[in-house]
Design a protein around this ligand. Structure first.
Ligand code: SF4
Length: 279
């Protein structure tokens, strides 16, 4: 059994949220570059150049990529041979969020759903735990913007619609979203499980690197088919037209009930932020 103090965990979470908000991933930047070359619209190319410049300023001048620094979402893979010492893990993760959003001058967006009163420190964080073999803790953070989250959905489709019905549903979701999720987007699709499991699969799918495909060739084909169709919608970067509406589509699937076909579509904006660390 390995002992890990909460005092090791708090600063890691703090800096992960700061870095996620200041330093856009290489995979997203490379996808911008590819899109600048391939998009047929001069306006789309210009917008993509602006997004690159925004990311450069953020990284070099240590300012957030976007005014919306997101709700604090964490995926924690906790080794079953780890013993947390010095306090409560959930409190430690929230303390890391609190410190990161304060010290990084990140906007705090968490509020009471009805009173709309800000909680003041971007907690409580949304934490997903997985107990895994081993004696390490892997922490992945994904600050999630409200604009793209608002355009996401969970639907219980009729099983008879099959693969084509799922494709149509996802494409329609992106069409209706239009420019609201700040395209070019990244689309996470969760199919199967239960209502809530499909949403979690879709959220987890967003953590994949742009350009990676589902290892199942059948699912990989669905990903590329949907991506191609979305990029024919003409929405384009920030809604100014063009053929770069999404940078990638990631699909994760699990078995579901014989009576159900849950399909979740979680959309991420061009500020597709995630960072990870292993303790
Ligand atoms: S959806 Fe993304 S890019 Fe748009 S405002 Fe929110 S965080 Fe910023």
């Amino acid at each position: 059994m390995r002992e890990v103090s909460i005092n090791e965990i708090i600063p890691v979470v703090r800096s992960l949220f700061i870095e996620a908000n200041y330093d856009l991933g290489r995979d997203v930047l490379d996808a911008f570059d590819r899109a600048i070359k391939s998009d047929e619209s001069p306006v789309a190319k210009e917008v993509l150049e602006e997004l690159k410049e925004n990311a450069r300023i953020s990284r070099e001048e240590r300012v957030p990529l976007c005014q919306d620094c997101g709700l604090a979402v964490l995926f924690v893979e906790l080794g079953q041979d780890v013993h947390i010492t010095g306090g409560d893990l959930k409190q430690a993760l929230n303390e890391g969020v609190r410190q990161g959003y304060k010290d990084g001058y990140l906007r705090k967006s968490a509020c009471d759903p009805f009173a709309r009163a800000n909680t003041g420190d971007n907690t409580p964080a949304i934490i997903h735990y997985d107990i895994v073999p081993g004696e390490k803790i892997k922490i992945i953070v994904g600050p999630k913007g409200g604009g793209s989250e608002n355009m996401s959905s969970v639907s219980m489709l009729t099983p008879a619609v099959g693969i084509e019905g799922v494709k149509e549903h996802v494409i329609k979701t992106l069409q209706e979203a239009g420019s609201n999720p700040c395209p070019p987007t990244i689309v996470g699709i969760g199919i199967g499980g239960t209502f809530e499991r499909s949403a979690l699969l879709a959220k987890k799918a967003l953590l994949r690197e742009i350009g990676t495909r589902n290892p199942d060739p059948k699912l990989a084909k669905i990903e590329t088919d949907i991506l191609e169709a979305i990029n024919k919608l003409g929405i384009g970067p920030m809604g100014y037209g063009g053929n770069t509406t999404s940078l990638d589509v990631f699909l994760e699937m699990e078995p579901c009930h014989i009576a159900s076909l849950p399909v979740a579509v979680n959309i991420n904006c061009h500020s597709a932020r995630h960072k990870q660390a292993v303790i």
